[in-house]
Design a protein around this ligand. Structure first.
Ligand SMILES: [Zn+2]
Length: 250
């Protein structure tokens, strides 16, 4: 995985300068948790809130399997649609005195050629959209066809994403790359919803760790990348909360 991704890191970094392969990111997370918090992977229950897209199963990093999980909190484009009940169920599964670790974020494709918003999938000869849900929401935003407050039961998740992008319409539409900006907007909405769900959930664990990122997919034979946005460590015993992203990146 590392060799396959390494050659393409330069292309990915043209769009996301701080990206690294997701496999490397998981190594770094686990090293940091061991060093700083004394946690072994088996002490850490993993959840993710990432897009339901099948590419995210295909590109799931191997080393993550050392942690029990993942519990899947995310629906379309990674928004934590599993809600309070999902978070509550996950909280009840944590190893005694261990930690919960939630990797959350939207995703975006970048082809080997560096085209943003697309990837080449297994068995296909032409690239397709990634994230399809984010692209569809953006297309409706650009066409001016999102109706405020409209959330249809038959397409609940997509309509919820549309409402999020609608709230930030000028920021997205005036950005140099609207899809990239819409991805950031959805990432911020995911982070604040995760924070709200965490604040209303009781954990038996000592630590709650929240890794916010943009998950970057590429063509099926390349693998995925992570551009980190935050790394929050909540110590439930002392009541302290700290963003250790700069320690992680050092
Ligand atoms: Zn997606």
């Amino acid at each position: 995985m590392m060799n396959k991704t390494a050659g393409h890191l330069k292309t990915i970094r043209q769009h996301y300068p701080d990206a690294q392969s997701t496999a490397d990111a998981v190594e770094r997370y686990l090293d940091l948790f061991q060093r700083r918090l004394g946690l072994r992977p088996s002490d850490i229950l993993l959840a993710d809130s990432i897009c339901a897209d099948d590419i995210n199963c295909i590109e799931y990093p191997q080393r993550a399997s050392q942690m029990p999980g993942p519990f899947k909190l995310g629906g379309l484009d990674g928004f934590p649609f599993a809600g309070l009940t999902g978070m509550g169920a996950f909280a009840g599964h944590v190893p005694d005195h261990g930690a919960v670790f939630i990797y959350h974020g939207p995703h975006i494709g970048i082809t080997k050629e560096g085209v943003l918003g697309q990837i080449l999938r297994i068995g296909q000869s032409a690239p397709s959209g990634c994230c399809g849900a984010c692209r569809a929401a953006l297309a409706k935003l650009q066409a001016g066809t999102i109706r405020p407050g409209e959330i249809d039961e038959l397409d609940y998740q997509q309509h919820s994403l549309e409402q999020i992008v609608l709230t930030h319409a000028p920021r997205i539409l005036n950005a140099p790359h609207p899809l990239k900006e819409a991805t950031e907007v959805i990432g911020e909405a995911i982070a604040s919803r995760i924070d709200l769900l965490v604040s209303r959930t009781k954990y038996k664990a000592r630590y709650v760790i929240l890794a916010g990122a943009v998950l970057i997919n590429s063509d099926y034979d390349v693998g995925s990348f992570t551009a980190p946005r935050r790394l929050i460590v909540k110590d439930l015993q002392t009541g302290t909360t700290e963003d250790v992203l700069s320690v992680y990146q050092a």
